[in-house]
Design a protein around this ligand. Structure first.
Ligand SMILES: [Zn+2]
Length: 89
């Protein structure tokens, strides 16, 4: 993530909830493509403060991701399990 020295903004966060902005965008556990955008490379759900989702949509999204994981459409985690990589997202 970004470490900025006050002046420069290195990383621009999308502060609007994508699902509120675009009502045609559906959160569906059967669509791993949409859900994968909100997971990290390690398979973790991206927190709301970073993704910019609203509370309501984040809840629905988290549920959908968990469902998708259960039916193996999304990973619970990746194969890397070394302690060194634990701190990564
Ligand atoms: Zn929303």
């Amino acid at each position: 993530m970004a470490f900025d020295n006050r002046d420069r903004t290195v990383f621009i966060k999308h502060k609007i909830c994508r699902f509120c902005a675009d009502p045609s965008l559906k959160i569906d556990y059967k669509e791993p493509g949409t859900l994968a955008v909100f997971t990290s490379e390690r398979g973790k759900i991206i927190p709301r403060r970073i993704s910019g989702n609203c509370a309501r949509h984040q809840r629905v999204l988290a549920l959908a991701i968990k469902r998708a994981r259960k039916i193996a459409l999304l990973p619970f985690t990746t194969a890397k399990t070394k302690m060194k990589e634990y701190r990564e997202f």
